[in-house]
Design a protein around this ligand. Structure first.
Ligand SMILES: Cc1cc2nc3c(=O)[nH]c(=O)nc-3n(C[C@H](O)[C@H](O)[C@H](O)COP(=O)(O)OP(=O)(O)OC[C@H]3O[C@@H](n4cnc5c(N)ncnc54)[C@H](O)[C@@H]3O)c2cc1C
Length: 452
């Protein structure tokens, strides 16, 4: 398929007879030539920024490495009857969430999952009985108390270090691992060994339910991409930000403009695969180095029938080994599909993604058979993510390790010389690590560019 057809299929526009990188300038509403902004990355933050800038009459070109838009919003349609989100799935907290507004505007159908609809299984595969449940709850309370106390004390310590002396026997050790893995690492994606106790859970949240998109999260990114000029399959290698015009060099082309918006994931910035000429200021480099890029991977398994309780959304497992398949989401109740989604985060997520699919599925099935018995059917299909080894993500989302603070994110977001601007989930001090944080950072950077 040629590039133009691919873009048309995505619902994107490309000006007629325009070669990649070639300059065609539009006019601002006041008739003056519009200033051109080059936006690197067609993820949620880049698209939100591009939409807002274009609406304000600015000339915008979005430059994207992949052959698709969306970045860490990635809906797979491999099983056409069941679109699956391989990146973000949920609008976390639908009340007041800017993504709820976008979803309402386009009439996107959503399903709510509920944390109350959950069942916890112990290491032998039995549902936790009431007294074991109370012991787990008590440890959870103690861990949170220690975290809150540590937030008033210096020096900063890791979340794991606070949990160390909590467990007095092997059951409690399993419970503590379960709390750290299922409760903390699966949400924050960073290892409990590195997560800062000071800044743990300090981000803001929207209230209300968590909602999944019936047709996948890509309904949002597709909508935001409408009418934009997006250059896909353009892997950026160099950013010359002090020249006039500024220049972005990809493997295939060179783009010129007046300003550049960087929405590269933190992991890509840390890997140094894009060269800044001249180098970024030392404060910016320090912020990039200080923050952490976490890993959360997904393993979807499709079965011929539902063999697990069909009235629960969350299946949780107190494993023997830290982080081993501790959390599953069922798509049976919300979506009516015989599909389970297993998560693996942090160190366990990184280790697992190095294995071939066959081994990952076998590993997952060993846990499911321990819980539901040897008679359960083999999956009829699977889809597995590997976000840490993805060269255009290098992880799933950012977290705050010991040594970083919310100031690191503000430093990451700070514009340089009125020419170089920064957006992306990691730059949002309030809502980092989320889709709405990425969206809000895109809106924020558009305002900065317009005012510059
Ligand atoms: C597995 C997983 C589950 C998640 N679950 C949720 C959830 O349920 N709810 C929620 O709110 N959030 C969730 N998130 C987080 C959310 O997906 C992200 O915060 C958000 O999508 C990030 O958007 P962004 O624009 O900052 O970055 P990205 O979407 O990563 O956009 C950056 C873009 O830059 C491009 N790029 C990279 N390198 C280059 C280069 N050299 N040249 C050109 N382009 C380049 C990338 O391809 C990408 O398109 C999840 C993320 C993952 C991975």
């Amino acid at each position: 398929m040629d590039r133009r057809n691919a873009l048309l299929l995505l619902g994107l526009s490309l000006p007629a007879a325009q070669a990649p990188g070639q300059s065609i300038r539009t006019k601002a509403p006041d008739g003056k030539p519009a200033r051109r902004t080059l936006i690197i990355g067609a993820g949620l933050s880049g698209l939100a920024a591009a939409q807002a800038l274009q609406a304000a009459g600015e000339d915008v070109v979005v430059i994207e490495a992949r052959g698709r838009i969306g970045g860490r919003i990635w809906t797979s349609t491999l099983w056409p009857e069941t679109p699956l989100d391989l990146g973000a799935s949920w609008i976390h907290g639908v009340r007041g969430n800017p993504l709820t507004k976008v979803a309402d505007r386009i009439g996107a159908a959503r399903w709510v999952t509920e944390y109350d609809r959950s069942v916890i299984y112990d290491a032998s595969g039995q549902p936790l009985d009431e007294t074991a449940g109370e012991r787990l709850e008590k440890l959870d309370g103690q861990l949170w108390k220690r975290i809150r106390q540590a937030q008033d004390r210096d020096p900063d310590v890791s979340v794991r270090s606070l949990a160390e002396s909590l467990a007095k026997n092997s059951e409690e050790r399993r419970f503590v691992n379960f709390l750290l893995s299922g409760g903390i690492e699966q949400e924050y994606a960073g290892s409990a060994d590195r997560l800062s106790a000071h800044w743990f859970d300090s981000a803001k949240e929207f209230r209300g339910d968590d909602a999944l998109f019936a047709e996948g999260f890509h309904v949002i990114t597709r909508h935001l991409a409408e009418g934009l000029r997006i250059e896909t399959e353009q892997v950026v290698q160099e950013v010359h930000w002090q020249e006039t015009p500024v220049r972005v060099v990809t493997r295939k082309s060179t783009f010129t403009g007046d300003r550049i918006v960087i929405t590269l994931p933190l992991g890509v910035l840390q890997a140094g695969s894009v060269q800044f000429v001249p180098d970024l200021p030392a404060t910016k480099r320090a912020a990039i180095a200080a923050l952490g890029m976490g890993v959360l991977n997904k393993c979807y398994l499709r079965f011929p029938r539902v063999f697990w309780p069909d009235d629960v959304d969350w299946l949780e497992y107190v494993s023997e080994k830290h982080g081993e398949w501790t959390e599953w989401v069922s798509l049976a109740r919300a979506a009516g599909k015989p599909v389970l989604l297993g998560f693996n985060a942090a160190t366990q997520g990184r280790a697992l993604e190095a294995l071939p699919d066959r081994q990952i599925v076998a590993d997952a099935m060993r846990t499911l058979r321990r819980i539901f018995g040897s008679g359960i059917p083999d999956p009829t299909g699977h889809q597995i993510t590997r976000w840490a080894s993805d060269p255009f993500a290098r992880g799933s989302y950012s977290y705050t390790p010991i040594g970083a603070t919310p100031r690191s994110r503000r430093e990451l977001a700070r514009p340089v010389d009125g020419r170089l601007f920064f957006a992306g989930e990691a730059t949002d001090a309030d809502y980092h690590a989320t889709a709405h944080g990425a969206y809000l950072s895109g809106r924020r950077v558009a305002e900065e560019v317009i005012k510059s």
